[in-house]
Design a protein around this ligand. Structure first.
Ligand code: GDP
Ligand code: IMO
Ligand code: MG
Length: 427
């Protein structure tokens, strides 16, 4: 029995999509367990670049891919993404299966997301605007619609009732949509639902997965967002609305904790964040701008500039603890090529007192002073490296330093966006 999980340890965009694609041939199945089209997972191979939002990143290797019950699905965005892949000759219809229990994002959820953000004013979260918060809110308040519901005879009635409820909420926020606009959005949404029904298998994924595991199949669970965006353990309230942590794979797929084997924790050699919220090691200077430029740190979903900073080992240690990470994967190492010095935050000083532990809140960034260790940089072009033998001494020292500080081995290092620019370390 083998279930491994791969998830982000920072604020998302660590490079999950790339590595899931690389690891896929080692498993029978790949499954997304939470989040929705707020995710943007980028894959590059054979001169092609693809950004996936709702579809798992294992669809290019012929394996079975599953959209789990913990995912929230926007039929319009999903159908658009699926159509694009089908046009390029993908065998998506035969390999992709979707959970009946995945919750549906309605057009009015997106309107509520936008209206909610507007009402928050300067305190807005900076969401991706995809209706994620309102959809998970409906799920936990037991008002949601699930994909399996579209197969029921009273679906139209339930859909209309949900829309009416949302319109009442929108009116309270002074955000009543134009009727013609809403009618158009609804028509497109229903068309997309029909497309999904007629082209994809909508299944009891918890039964499917557990039967496959019992028959000796293996599965890689793909996380979206990152641990610092987890609704319980992230930098609340500047988080997403799902459990992005390893426990989320159990609830988001219906697999028991004792089935989990390895937890791959993935992080960038530095740190980024998109949207609002605290970020203790954020750089506002030329170095931050340089990292953004070299790392092309612009959001895959919204195109927004990603905020950049040095690696934060206080937050990483916390993420490793919460997730039970057994193997680390370091991404975008090449982006640090040429920096004379690299900094790593090893502790926070809060109100003058040093602590290695991640605190209850990091909201008041003025009170938190990151304590840095400086390490020498390297001048080698890491994008050309094909094995550990090509690593300069300073880079090897950086990896060894991180392993000492974090207490978990780094097993894979990524040195460029392409599938091939991935180096497995011999341990
Ligand atoms: P995800 O959301 O975790 O899947 O990550 P994103 O796709 O949002 O962001 C990662 C970005 O970095 C994408 O543009 C990738 O193509 C790119 N990328 C991934 N690994 C590397 C790497 O090792 N080096 C460089 N330079 N880019 C990388
Ligand atoms: P991937 O899977 C980076 C951020 C948003 C915002 C907050 C809440 O590509 O790593 P939401 O729309 O979820 O209500 O927004 O979370 N966010 C992400 N940041 N990568 C992501 O996904 C993200 N998904 C959401 O910017 O700050
Ligand atoms: Mg992303």
């Amino acid at each position: 029995m083998k279930v491994d999980i791969l998830l982000g340890l920072q604020w998302g965009d660590e490079g999950k999509g790339k590595v899931v694609d690389v690891l896929t041939p080692r498993y029978d199945m790949v499954a997304r367990f939470q989040g929705g089209p707020n995710a943007g997972h980028t894959l590059e191979f054979d001169g092609r670049k693809v950004v996936l939002r709702s579809i798992p990143s294992g669809v290019f290797q012929g394996n079975i891919n599953i959209v789990g019950n913990g995912v929230v699905l926007d039929p319009v965005l999903f159908a658009g993404e699926a159509r694009e892949l089908l046009e390029t000759g993908s065998d998506l219809k035969s390999i992709l299966k979707i959970s009946k229990k995945a919750h549906l994002i309605l057009p009015t959820h997106r309107l509520l997301d936008a209206a909610g953000e507007k009402a928050k004013g300067k305190d807005k979260i900076g969401t991706t605007g995809k209706g994620i918060g309102p959809t998970y809110t409906d799920k936990t308040s037991r008002n949601g619609l699930r994909l399996g519901d579209v197969l029921e005879p009273d679906f139209d009635k339930r859909f209309n009732a949900a829309v009416e409820r949302h319109l009442t909420m929108l009116a309270r926020l002074d955000a009543t949509p134009d009727k013609a606009v809403l009618d158009e959005l609804t028509a497109r949404w229903l068309e997309a639902v029909a497309f999904i029904r007629s082209n994809f298998e909508i299944i009891d994924s918890e039964h499917y997965v557990n039967k496959a595991l019992a028959a000796g199949k293996t599965m890689l669970c793909e996380g979206a967002q990152g641990t610092m965006l987890d609704v319980d353990f992230g930098s609340y309230p500047f988080v997403t609305s799902s459990n992005t942590i390893s426990a989320g794979a159990c609830t988001g797929l219906g697999i028991a904790p004792n089935k989990i084997n390895d937890v791959y924790g993935i992080f960038k050699a530095y740190c980024t964040r998109v949207g609002s919220g605290p970020f203790p090691t954020e750089l506002f200077d030329e170095t931050g701008a340089e990292i953004r430029r070299i790392g092309h740190e612009f959001g895959a979903v919204t195109g927004r500039e990603r905020r950049c900073g040095w690696i934060d080992l206080v937050a990483l240690r916390y993420a490793i603890m919460i997730n039970g990470v057994t193997k680390l994967i370091m991404m975008k190492s090449d982006v640090l090529d040429g920096f004379p010095t690299i900094k790593a935050c090893t502790a926070y000083e809060i109100d003058g007192v040093q602590t290695p532990d991640f605190p209850y809140s990091i909201d008041d960034t003025d009170r938190i002073r990151p304590i840095y260790t400086e390490l020498p940089g390297w001048t080698t072009d890491l994008t050309k490296a094909t094995s550990e033998a090509d690593f300069p001494k300073e880079f090897k020292d950086y990896i060894a330093f991180l392993e000492r500080e974090l207490g978990v081995p780094v097993c894979i290092v990524s040195v460029g966006p392409d599938r091939k620019q991935t180096i497995e370390l011999k341990k």
